[in-house]
Design a protein around this ligand. Structure first.
Ligand code: SF4
Ligand code: SF4
Ligand code: SF4
Length: 264
């Protein structure tokens, strides 16, 4: 029996699901090994009987939490799909501001009777999926890399643990023979960001913005050395991480504190 697979979207742009739709001919290989029972972006049918749930988007409201817990209770395996689901993503930029200020800014012109006590507008600071339910596996990126998605699905069907690269984007960047963007006066989070995108941004002349999140054990010392070499500060790096990965700011800061403790 093929495992039944379902896709669910929360607060996000649906670009990660689009990457799955865009698998083109390799989607046929996937359909050979799984049965897709729910995928709003690609089909009308829906079933609540599934083994693997892919969650796209971040969690922004109490009603999202409730829906997510319901999905978790039905799924044997739950996979966070993309930066929004894995880390909060770009939506979490709003966590820097008080919720009431944001509501005023966005819905200020609306009739309060449509907003107050309406669960659709009852927002809280954005959460990653694993802040609400247990996540079994993560597929990072904004958007996800579709080949990596196919590899993860294949591993799950084979009963294997999907393995993500745990080396920095710099490795892929060097393999592609790129000139480091720091040499061109640009900024890059490649030294501490998980590889797997084939260093697509530096290859196209832009610094890495960290959309695949931190490595499991990021070499923050190496990032600091690179920053110092080019006259930049850790604060600038942390602010950049906020774009996709609000949790990283706390993690990098924690790593720095731990290091300082060891060096005392
Ligand atoms: S991770 Fe990026 S591409 Fe995926 S849903 Fe979020 S914003 Fe869209
Ligand atoms: S810092 Fe960025 S541009 Fe430089 S080698 Fe690393 S990934 Fe490439
Ligand atoms: S280079 Fe960095 S920002 Fe660009 S896709 Fe890869 S991880 Fe994301």
């Amino acid at each position: 029996m093929k495992p039944k697979v379902a896709f669910f979207d929360f607060a996000g742009c649906e670009g990660c699901q689009l990457q799955v739709v865009n698998l083109e001919e390799s989607i046929l290989d996937l359909i050979d090994i799984v049965e897709v029972v729910s995928f709003r972006e690609a089909m009308k049918e829906h079933s609540d009987d599934y083994d693997i749930a892919f969650i796209e988007g971040s969690i922004a409201r109490p009603m999202d939490e409730e829906r997510l817990r319901g999905i978790r209770s039905k799924a044997k395996i739950l996979v966070a799909l993309g930066a929004c689901a894995c880390m909060g993503g770009v939506n979490a930029l709003r966590n820097q501001f008080p919720v009431n200020d944001l509501k005023k800014m966005v819905y200020g012109g609306a009739d309060p009777k449509h907003i107050e006590n309406n669960p659709y507008f009852d927002i809280f600071p954005v959460k990653a999926v694993d802040e609400v339910v247990k996540v079994d596996y993560y597929i990072p990126g904004c958007p996800i890399n579709r080949d990596e998605f196919a590899r993860v699905v294949t591993a799950l069907v084979l009963g294997e643990k999907p393995v993500l690269p745990n080396y920095p984007v710099c490795v892929e960047c060097k393999k592609r023979g790129n000139i480091c963007v720091f040499e061109e006066g640009k900024f890059c989070l490649g030294p501490v960001t998980r590889a797997g995108c084939d260093a697509i941004c530096p290859t196209n002349g832009d610094g890495c913005e960290g959309c695949r999140g931190l490595l499991d054990d990021p070499n923050t010392q190496s990032e600091l050395e690179v920053l110092q070499k080019y006259g930049l500060t850790l604060d600038e790096a942390l602010d950049r991480f906020n774009v996709f990965c609000y949790k990283a700011k706390a993690e990098v800061a924690k790593a720095e504190v731990a290091k300082a403790e060891v060096n005392k």
